[in-house]
Design a protein around this ligand. Sequence first.
Ligand code: NAD
Length: 290
Amino acid sequence: MKIGFIGLGIMGKPMCKNLLKAGHECTIYDIVEEAAREAVGAGAVKCESAAQAASGRELVITMLPNSPQVKQVVLGENGIADAMDEGCIFVDMSSIAPLASKEIGAALAGRNIEMLDAPVSGGEPKAVDGTLSIMVGGKKEVYDKVKEVLLCMGSSAVYCGELGAGNTTKLANQIVVALNIAACAEAFTLSKKAGVDPELVFDAIRGGLAGSTVMDAKVPMMLDGNDKPGFKIDLHIKDLKNALETGHGVGMGLPLTAQVMEMMQQLVADGFGGKDHSALVKYYEKMTGE
Ligand code: NAD
């Protein structure tokens, strides 16, 4: 397929490379000049604007930080809404607010452009391997048209419902991941403080009920003091804010989410916003002097 790909950061770059590997033609754009380099090396064509990357394409994919960036790239000045051909399918794979997906989709519908929201889970390693979990919202018949392309980047794609349902599903994912990281940070700092080697605690409990993909991926980083992102704390706060707003919209409080978001915000104040979300352990290290 002729694909336009916009946003070649930690996730977008390997996702685009997997599309190229599968034989798709990609025109690409990122606001940071350097971000396009590797994908160009893999056969992509670099463009000077998002609009140029989207023009004449059958499918346009965005992988951007949050709702404001997606809105700006699609509907802003020189946005891709005016550049995409009628009949082009737009798939936003960023994690954004479900309400923003609906607003963007409604604006595009008037131009005969269908939109899906298809955020992903699995982080950089699974983006590289092409084994992401993809959660999709939008019209089922539109999803059926691009499912095969999405599966060049993921090992599973689940159709979750109407536009916005992909991002609502992703918010559930982000709550579980954030609370799981917080639980690991709290538990492993306690074991250290109480005099038991956290490496041994990890070996002892990871195969039991407490074990999780999050524990396996993030606790070794905590114990090694490795905070290279991965998934940045700034971006996780964005997701938790979107979750709280979505909860507000349906009249539901999210007390655990609010608590972990506050802890992450404290870390941003301490200069860790660009670090991996596993750096949440530093909140406890500061508290205990460990
Ligand atoms: P990132 O910050 O590494 O990448 C975002 C890219 O978008 C950057 O290269 C940036 O230059 C580009 N960009 C920003 N504004 C732009 C604009 N106006 N026009 C063109 N390019 C622009 O972030 P990431 O980790 O790749 O995450 C991207 C999305 O995927 C986010 O919504 C994030 O929540 C989600 N996500 C990330 C992970 C992860 O582990 N990193 C996992 C799942 C989902």
